[in-house]
Design a protein around this ligand. Structure first.
Ligand code: UDP
Length: 361
């Protein structure tokens, strides 16, 4: 029987404070992990940028809020860019506190997709595990993950096989999926709402394709999410007839979930190897069928013909055809699939198994 860790010290994303939306799906995933670990009976500490907010269910989590400048996100810089850590950056502070807190029996669970925590792993006694939240968006990160896999493969886990396939790993990846508090996602029977799209509004998310198809179908596309790139958002808006896009902005997760369920279909059109695609599973959790490109995580999340349709990436014609067949999907199947595959309780069990096994290696 492997030894259970005594306490988890979770390192948050250094891209922005929790609740800012800058951390994208990692913010929602992190809350699921905290809740799950508490319910499994662990003591949990969180180191996170100043301003981070936790829901009431996480009140047992010991929160360390640290000031410092946000870390630039890897997906918005050139593939060959060098490592950047801003002067007065928050990332080294998060790690300093996490390392100082950790006793021999503790585990550091790192959710920041960044160079420093990964690089440190072989050089410290503390047991650091990394839940990798992006594909290979940068050469320096890709090489580092490939190298760490050679010596510390058990310390790495991925959300999907598609994401993991971006890296040259030394053996089969540990794939843990993701998890959500499904009681917060209300099933809605309605199938005559607008089309929906959600995510950070940035080029890798491919909003332009969803907007184009909505324009071809002369229907409204509701868009939720943080506008990360204003110029890009304006370009997308200008590319379709006025009024096609209904911008709802970035909503608190709870409000977002309530509105999401009113859509007749949800469109997901990533231009990158999406690591998971939280919004895809969250839409299905509300009973909304998803039409997605068969690229990255969404290709593993949507059961084509059962919970929506997968179409070849970048194929607008197929996207349009799939949307015209959305009535063939039983919305209850979408909800059932989310319950079956993406509860936070099962997700935390998978994380626990990965870490307990990894501690023994
Ligand atoms: N989200 C939100 N409010 C919004 C729009 C999105 O809280 O108005 C959340 C959503 O619940 C999801 C996350 O933003 O969990 C986006 O995650 P995803 O994995 O889809 O994309 P990422 O931003 O990580 O690339």
């Amino acid at each position: 029987m492997n030894q259970k860790p005594f306490r988890f010290i979770v390192v948050s994303t250094p891209i922005g404070f929790l609740g800012s939306g800058k951390g994208g799906g990692v913010e929602v995933t992190l809350i699921s992990i905290l809740k799950g670990l508490l319910e499994l009976g662990y003591e949990v500490s969180l180191v996170a940028p100043e301003g981070s907010l936790l829901p009431l269910e996480c009140k047992e989590v010991q929160l360390f809020s640290l000031r410092g400048l946000d870390q630039p996100s890897w997906q918005h810089i050139d593939f060959n860019s060098p490592i950047t850590i801003p002067l007065d950056g928050v990332l080294p502070r998060l790690l300093e506190v996490a390392f100082n807190l950790a006793r021999d029996t503790d585990v550091i669970l790192n959710l920041s997709f960044d160079w420093l925590p990964l690089w440190l792993t072989p050089h410290v006694q503390k047991k650091v595990f990394h839940l990798i939240s992006m594909g290979a968006v940068s050469k320096v990160m890709k090489d580092l993950i490939n190298n760490l896999s050679k010596t510390h493969h058990s310390r790495l886990a991925f959300h999907t096989f598609s994401q993991a396939s971006d890296f040259d790993l030394s053996s089969d990846p540990v794939v843990v999926g993701n998890g959500f508090d499904l009681k917060n996602y209300t099933f809605q029977e309605t199938n005559n709402g607008a089309l929906g799209w959600a995510g950070r509004v940035a080029p890798e998310k491919g909003l332009e394709d969803a907007a184009n198809v909505a324009a071809l179908l002369r229907t409204t596309l509701i868009v939720w999410g943080l506008i990360e790139d204003n110029e890009y958002a304006s370009q997308v808006e200008a590319s379709v007839p006025a009024g096609t896009i209904q911008w709802r902005g970035f909503l608190e997760t709870e409000k977002f979930q309530k509105q999401l369920g009113s859509c007749r279909a949800f469109i997901n059109t990533p231009k990158w190897n999406e690591a998971y695609g939280n919004v895809v599973m969250e839409a299905m959790a509300c009973g909304v069928p998803v039409v997605a490109y068969d690229r990255g995580g969404p290709g593993e999340l949507v059961k084509s013909g059962v919970t929506g349709w997968l179409v070849p990436p970048d194929d607008l014609d197929q996207l349009k055809i799939a949307l015209s067949k959305i009535d063939q999907i039983d919305r209850q199947n979408c909800r059932s699939w989310a319950i079956q595959s993406a509860s936070y309780q099962a997700f935390s069990k998978r994380l626990e198994n990965w870490i307990i096994e990894g501690l023994d290696i």
